[in-house]
Ligand binder design. Sequence first.
Ligand code: HEC
Length: 158
Amino acid sequence: MKRIAILFVSVFSMGMILTSCGGGSQPASDSKTAAGGIPADIQAMMPKGEQIYKTKCVVCHQATGMGVENVFPPLANSDYLLADKSRAVAQTLNGSKMEMTVNGKKFTQEMTPQVETKEDAVAVINYVLNNFGNKGGYVTLDDVKSIEIKPRTASPAK
Ligand code: HEC
């Protein structure tokens, strides 16, 4: 799995080098933007986001991103997620325990904090935004700079 991620990154950076050689006359802003309008630094996080999704989120939100009815909300085509990408990063970092309505259905279960760093949270949310049929754009580290990482409790809440 790790090897695949590394392969992705190296194929990607080779692509970058080729693109930057070919596009010498392009303005700086163009050379930073990869296919689909997603900036290159965000694209470069995708393999890491995929790895996090497949090791952590998949258990509840499922391989399809559809979640489990009445228990785990969908990330595929989630109106709630797409409405506020920074909130999704905060929830992934700090967990969420409230009543929420996602695509017209109520969810009340708790999600515990899933990742330790903003980088990981941003990477996995960008992966989610660009998979499962989502075309929700992207979120940057700068967008979430005001989010606080809440201290983790020593023992999980009962
Ligand atoms: C143990 C099960 C579980 C795991 C693992 C889990 N989640 Fe969740 N997730 C939930 C539950 C339950 C909610 C609803 C929380 C609430 O009602 O406050 C939720 C809500 C969300 C939401 C907001 C609602 C939506 O559908 O848009 C996002 C975004 C999200 N999770 C992302 C993630 C990501 C990314 C991961 C992996 C890093 C992850 N979750 C891992 C159970 C889980």
